[in-house]
Design a protein around this ligand. Structure first.
Ligand code: ATP
Length: 468
């Protein structure tokens, strides 16, 4: 693991401190001193986020509010990587605090009473404030019931030790709370769950484990890996391990993977661990090598490729599906339209590859085969397909054909004598096809083409298209 200069400078001291405080015994949050964490946080945080942090820090110090920076941002500042989101925990009432923060900073507060959380929404920033809580899982896989609790309880419900860290902002010289040994795990570069039932309580953690492990370049800690394998192997037989988890939650975690800078390592890892197959049986590792996890797909995103579109990974994952399998997945993950379109269109595209691979296919045919399909699906299949001709036809469509429209407009056609009605758009489509196939170029060409078309008697409503 590569630690940045800030972390490196403190590693030895942190470990020393940790050994000291661990003597206090389990259960009580252990604290760790961090020198000048404000500078460290400032260097990991840009603009608006820094202002929020500093305001909350000032208010917490002044009013002794028991506010903590919790989870991901603490982990990230210790690893000296950019902080993505600011998450704050409050021993108290998060929505009340969010409103007070909004008084200082402006912005709109959205509260979620059931989860005792609030989000402060500012023009270019969202900040989550969460009431520290304890959770009870009525049944494995169900959403937990939540109750206000201490920060220690809040940290003990977390997914992994490296996320079970908090920094109390009301203390003058704050020390990281590390009740679960997350600092040592950060140091060792491991992802570790907090207890044996963790994956059964919440199987979405299976996907999260692969995501963090691959993002951070860590490894699953040995026992965690065994528990994970156990959970995958012993999921309830009738419904599968993730059978009790709602489609929305699974989809959300998949989306988090798609949005990673490098989604493929996490998807591959989840496939290797059998986690993807627990979501849909067609997601066996060997079947996936034809899709999102193929080398071709990965290569095309290397080194700052610009067309990173998270749904392309979904396309890659379903490329080898049958239409029926696609429909099952759409239902299982309760997919919104943008997702279900990508699934259906990707599967459809694979089915029409032989038509797209035809020699000398006129551009207008390529256009009509692709124009109604999701661009994310077309982009993805252009990368996945093993046929160079298909790939070229799709790229031609994406780069050039899809943007081509006639120079004449509907009003021009009407003034040339086309009857008002559906004929106008039909002729515009024909003109577009002519442009696509290079039969017309200038506006004058188009005008001539329309007049000839009308003279042939095809442009009036009582003689639509006959014999054409
Ligand atoms: P990052 O991906 O960088 O961690 P994040 O901090 O925004 O981003 P979230 O998924 O929003 O990550 O989760 C915020 C925190 O909530 C995590 O640090 C984790 O401790 C906790 N958390 C999220 N999901 C779960 C879960 N399923 N089980 C337990 N804890 C969770």
């Amino acid at each position: 693991m590569q630690l940045g200069p800030w972390s490196q400078g403190r590693r030895a001291a942190m470990l020393y401190y940790r050994r000291e405080v661990r003597q206090e015994g389990p259960g009580t949050p252990q604290q760790r001193h961090i020198d000048d964490f404000e500078t460290a946080i400032a260097s990991s945080l840009g603009g608006g986020g820094l202002a929020v942090f500093q305001t909350l820090r000032r208010l917490a110090l002044k009013n002794s509010w028991r506010v903590y920076l919790v989870g991901g941002p603490v982990r990230d500042v210790l690893l000296d990587v950019a902080i993505k989101d600011l998450d704050f925990g409050v021993e108290g009432d998060a929505p009340v605090l969010a409103h007070q923060l909004a008084e200082s900073l402006g912005g709109r507060v959205v509260t979620h009473a059931r989860f005792m959380t609030a989000t402060l929404i500012m023009p270019d920033l969202r900040v989550d404030l969460v009431t520290a809580r304890r959770e009870v899982y009525p049944r494995p896989g169900d959403l937990p019931r939540v109750f206000p609790g201490s920060v220690a309880e809040d940290l003990s419900r977390r997914d992994f030790s490296i996320n079970a860290l908090a920094l109390p902002l009301w203390e003058i010289a704050p020390q990281v709370l590390d009740p679960e040994g997350g600092l040592a795990d950060l140091d060792a570069g491991v992802v570790r769950v907090l207890h044996e039932r963790s994956f059964r309580d919440d199987p979405t953690r299976l996907l999260r484990a692969a995501r963090y492990e691959q993002r951070l370049g860590f490894e699953l800690e040995g026992q965690t890996r065994r528990w994970l394998a156990d959970a995958v192997a012993k999921g309830p037989r009738s419904k599968g391990l993730l059978g009790r988890v709602s489609g929305d939650r699974i989809r959300h975690e998949l989306e988090r993977i798609f949005e990673e800078k490098q989604p493929l390592p996490a998807l591959r890892r989840a496939a290797r661990l059998g986690v993807l197959a627990a979501i849909h049986p067609a997601w066996q590792e060997d079947m996936l090598t034809a899709g999102a996890l193929s080398d071709a797909f990965r290569e095309s995103f290397r080194d700052g490729a610009t067309d990173h579109d998270s749904l392309m990974y979904l396309a890659g994952l379903v490329y080898h599906f049958s239409p029926a399998q696609g429909d099952t997945l759409i239902r299982r993950l309760n997919m919104p339209r943008a997702w279900s379109e990508v699934v259906r269109d990707t599967i459809h595209l694979r089915g029409i590859e032989s038509r797209l691979a035809k020699e000398a296919l006129p551009p207008s045919h390529t256009y009509s085969l692709l124009q109604s399909l999701s661009p994310a699906a077309v982009r993805a299949v252009a990368k996945i397909t093993s046929s160079q001709r298909v790939s070229e036809a799709m790229n031609l469509f994406l780069d050039r054909l899809s943007g081509i429209t006639p120079r004449l407009r509907g009003s021009d056609l009407i003034s040339l004598g086309v009857a008002v009605g559906p004929m106008v758009s039909q002729i515009l489509e024909r003109l577009r096809d002519c442009r696509l196939d290079g039969q017309v170029d200038t506006g004058e060409d188009e005008r001539r083409w329309v007049l000839e078309y009308l003279q042939a008697g095809k442009g009036s409503e009582d003689n639509p298209e006959k014999g054409d």
